[in-house]
Design a protein around this ligand. Structure first.
Ligand code: G6P
Length: 369
């Protein structure tokens, strides 16, 4: 078994380190260098059909749901198609309104999650065209969909998803760019720039993984706490939700992800002396707002760990500790920002002596409804 772990102590740590490769594999053959364009050979959706889409609805569970939240922001920003994201278990029972020209996208690592499959069937019955983003060829979700965009993360063994999530982000970037090209909602200059930045991500993640060892030290700051918060705005909020889930799944520390601007409407009451707050502030447009939220929690005694872009000097003035992530396009930042938080969850759980690969009560794939 040691061999399968490739020298790593656990599958989760191995899979965290496999992310640069997973990014490359998921992009491979899908970026036409000569024409600077995205090509998705497995997809039946034609450019004309892509132009015809008026609504997108996404369904997924767990970590895949968090990837869909990022996908929503990226697709809306690049194509201006309105996107709704639902938990699959909610979608299927809420009598969803599925207008004409709706594309439903199901996201599932395993391709076997019962609720996601049921939501796809519901969407089909209501006349939607159904697309899947999945990691498993021949899975039920792949078979149920008209179009499939495979992530090439490789087998994911650890229950807590890492490389499958980030590969789903890469798949969404490719899909959004393809649809934006088809619909003429992205100009060539921006497309070329985004493709270049997308292709730089694997190297940026590799470099980051080499210098993130100190995160293990930082984990000591949170292991003795029983509850904490993640805060962020926009895409930082979506990443906060995934980071919070990761921490809960494997460390058993109660944690909550909050939209930074919403804290003052209730949760601020829970902040006391020493409460850890992990503040994601990678979005330069929202930085000032997030910093004022950090000051709010600091004033109530929180211990703040900030996540900021390299070169940012502001966050260090207010946060107790700052983790820096590399610069890329704002829409691509989740693919770098989540990495240190996967490691923080990992080391926190390890310090607590938990079985990181097999957390209590959880299954890798949930095939019952
Ligand atoms: C389970 C796993 C989660 C996963 C979710 C959805 O609950 O423990 O890690 O995110 O199912 O799985 P899927 O295979 O559909 O992405």
């Amino acid at each position: 078994l040691m061999a399968e772990k490739n020298g790593f102590d656990t599958f989760m740590l191995k899979e965290i380190h496999e992310q640069p490769r997973a990014y490359r594999d998921t992009m491979r053959g899908r970026i036409d260098e000569a024409n600077q364009s995205v090509v998705l050979p497995g997809m039946h959706l034609t450019d004309e059909q892509a132009r015809d889409v008026r609504h997108i609805q996404m369904v997924a569970c767990g970590t895949a749901y968090h990837a869909a939240l990022v996908g929503k922001t990226v697709i809306e920003r690049l194509t201006r198609i309105p996107v709704e994201v639902d938990l699959a278990s909610e979608y299927r029972y809420r009598m969803p309104v599925v207008p004409d020209h709706t594309l439903v996208i199901a996201v599932s690592q395993s391709g076997e999650t019962a609720d996601t499959l049921a939501a796809m069937k519901e969407a089909k019955e209501r006349g939607a065209r159904v697309m899947a983003i999945t990691n498993v060829v021949g899975s039920s979700v792949a078979r149920e969909a008209e179009d499939v965009l495979f992530t090439l993360a490789g087998p994911e063994i650890a229950v807590a998803s890492t490389k499958a999530y980030t590969s789903q982000l890469i798949a969404f970037y490719l899909l959004a760019l393809r649809m934006a090209e088809a619909r003429g909602t992205i100009d060539k200059v921006m497309l070329v720039e985004m493709l270049a930045l997308l292709e730089r991500l694997p190297v940026q993640v590799e470099e980051m993984l080499q210098r993130l060892q100190p995160i293990e030290q930082l984990a000591h700051q949170i292991t003795r706490h029983e509850h904490l918060f993640f805060i962020g705005r926009g895409l930082d909020y979506s990443v906060a939700m995934e980071a919070s889930l990761k921490l809960k799944e494997i460390s058993y520390i109660h944690s909550e992800a909050y939209a930074a601007g919403e804290l003052k409407h209730g949760s601020l009451a829970l902040i006391e002396e020493g409460t850890p707050v992990i503040a994601l502030a990678t979005d330069e447009r929202l930085l000032e707002k997030t910093i004022s939220n950090i000051k709010e929690v600091k004033a109530r005694g929180a211990y703040v760990i900030g996540i900021a872009l390299e070169g940012n000097m502001e966050l260090a003035k207010t946060a107790d500790h700052v983790i820096y992530v590399p610069h890329t396009h704002a829409l691509l930042t989740p693919a770098v920002a989540v990495i240190p938080l996967q490691l923080l969850a990992y080391y926190t759980a390890t310090l607590r002596g938990n079985d990181v690969d097999k957390p209590r009560n959880l299954a890798k794939s949930v095939t019952v409804e």
